[in-house]
Write a protein that binds this ligand. Structure first.
Ligand code: NDP
Length: 494
């Protein structure tokens, strides 16, 4: 090991990279980490954390409205976006410092710059300096992509949403995945007029049909316009609209390929790496695939993410990339070059922070503790932070019924808190059970705090418990989640 400058060099200071660096350093390894943007990565700086804080901010009008129905003399005032944004960013600065200090305390050397590979053991840093390491771990994450169409750079991507100078009056969101749905609810809650164009027939492709149907209904009821089977085919500044080419073939854009956005966080308009053009507060004109036209303060592309692997020298040193640009790795996160490993979103496996963290810890076990540890990607609970939330683990009804006999237990009702004030809010709890073994294969919950619920029920499902073991647990009354142990008869079998 003495022939190398370090035992481990980590590229990327997000959740996965930082955890792997710290746990590896704790074994006595000499570790360095390079991060070109801000320590904390997508989750802390431009993802889960600021998004969840915005979810909290956006939920107060509804709470105050409910309070008034419960007898309080309560009414919400105006929302001060600059005040919230300032507080949000000081919190992100604090968290970034926490990450830096955790690395420093773990004796991990930090390089605040971009790093690329020169060979299987050599890393080139931004100033041209090279260092060597016995092992290299790529944890460079992913970045948002936008459709490949003229003027797409006028549209925002998720990185930009935390940096807006002004809260817009209207936003058109393109896409119907996690990010589109979460931001639709956030912006709507903050008082923005939100419209969604999604090319598919329903939001949240891949989730249980019944659950996504209810989430769509609730989002619509809250005032968001969702246009299914619709995509954007033209966009420009409203002031240029007369110069636009006409007669675009709408079908051509339905499956428009996506183009890459910057790798790092973009400070709207002031970061040369950001590909978001600063529209200087001008409204954006759009034409949809169904011929409809409209203008919005912003267009927000929530059209997916891509692994950040370009211009890192990966292919030159023989690291095999998958079709989506992801680093191909085995169950131990090892790439096609034995000294190079990869974890997190850059591998295109499961794009979730807790998964990247687990992959980082499994890497340390395998490489520095001599305990070969594959990462377990089975039965991962997750939540979409819409309002209400969607919590999910395991198989959807559609997946489970493909190759086995199942029983579906499902209940949908108005929760007590909403029914009391005659609010149309509904919740859904659903269990998918293997008819033969009785094991619960999946659970889907649409409810306020479904994220909290699925974390807990996920333990039982991960442990492989049966429906009868669930039923043997006494209910906690009155709660929403008690239904998970009181659903006696299947609504469907097949
Ligand atoms: P998703 O893949 O979830 O959704 C992308 C959406 O964009 C889909 O509706 C897709 O349509 C649509 N789309 C893709 N390309 C185009 C195009 N050219 N034109 C129009 N629409 C297009 O991506 P997200 O960016 O929302 O999220 C990325 C990942 O980040 C998620 O998979 C998740 O793992 C993670 N994430 C997790 C969160 C959480 O845990 N709460 C929150 C946010 C992100 P179609 O379905 O037809 O392909």
């Amino acid at each position: 090991m003495a022939d190398f400058d370090y035992d481990l060099f980590v590229i990327g200071g997000g959740s996965g990279g930082v955890r792997a660096a710290r746990t590896s350093a704790a074994t006595g390894a000499r570790v360095a980490l390079a991060e070109e943007s801000r320590l904390g990565g997508t989750c802390v700086i431009r993802g889960c954390v600021p998004k969840k804080l915005m979810v909290f901010a956006s939920s107060y009008p509804q709470l105050v409205d409910e309070a008034s129905h419960y007898g309080w003399d309560a009414q919400i005032g105006a929302f001060d976006w600059p005040k919230f944004r300032k507080k949000l960013h000081s919190e992100l600065d604090r968290l970034e410092e926490v990450y830096r200090s955790m690395l420093q305390k773990s004796d991990v050397e930090i390089f605040d710059c971009r790093a690329r590979l020169k060979d299987a053991h050599t890393i080139e840093l931004a100033d041209g300096k090279t260092v060597t390491a016995k092992h290299i771990l790529i944890a460079s994450g992913g970045h948002p992509v936008r459709p490949d169409m003229p003027n797409a750079d006028l549209g925002l991507v998720s990185n930009d949403m935390f940096l807006l100078e002004k809260l817009p009056k209207s936003v058109l969101i393109i896409g119907g995945g996690y990010i589109a749905c979460e931001f639709a609810c956030i912006l709507n809650g903050l008082g923005v007029d939100v419209t969604i164009y999604l090319r598919g027939g329903q939001i949240l492709r891949g989730f249980d049909s019944e659950a996504r149907g209810l989430v769509a209904e609730m989002i619509r009821d809250s005032g968001v316009e969702i246009h299914t089977g619709t995509n954007i085919i033209e966009m420009d500044l409203e002031e240029n609209v007369d110069d636009l080419p006409r007669g675009t073939n709408s079908d051509a854009a339905m499956g428009a390929p996506v183009s890459e956005v910057s790798h790092s966080s973009s400070r709207l308009g002031d970061n040369p790496k950001s590909q978001t053009r600063d529209a200087a507060g001008k409204r954006i004109w759009v034409k949809a695939s169904n011929g409809r036209t409209g203008t919005f303060d912003h267009v927000f592309f929530a059209t997916g993410r891509k692994p950040s692997t370009s211009d890192m020298g990966l292919e030159d040193v023989g690291v095999k990339l998958g079709r989506g640009g992801n680093i191909e790795v085995d169950e131990y996160s090892q790439s096609s070059v034995p000294s190079i490993y990869a974890i997190g979103d850059v591998t295109g496996r499961v794009e979730l922070t807790p998964v990247a963290i687990r992959e980082g810890m499994a890497f340390t076990e395998t490489v520095f503790k001599g305990n070969k540890t594959p990462v377990d990607h089975e039965l991962i609970p997750s939540a979409v932070f819409t309002q209400p939330e969607l919590g999910t683990i395991g198989m959807t009804e559609e997946e489970a019924m493909e190759d086995r006999e199942i029983e579906v237990y499902c209940t949908s009702f108005r929760p007590m808190q909403s029914a009391f004030i005659d609010k149309p809010a509904r919740t859904l709890l659903k269990l998918i059970v293997d008819k033969e073994s009785r094991v619960i294969l999946g659970c889907h919950i649409v409810a306020d705090h479904a994220g909290e619920m699925i974390q807990l029920v996920g333990i039982a499902i991960k442990a492989g418990l049966t429906k009868e073991q669930f039923d043997s647990t006494c209910a906690v009354h009155p709660t929403i989640s008690e239904e998970i142990v009181t659903m006696r008869d299947p609504v469907r079998t097949g």
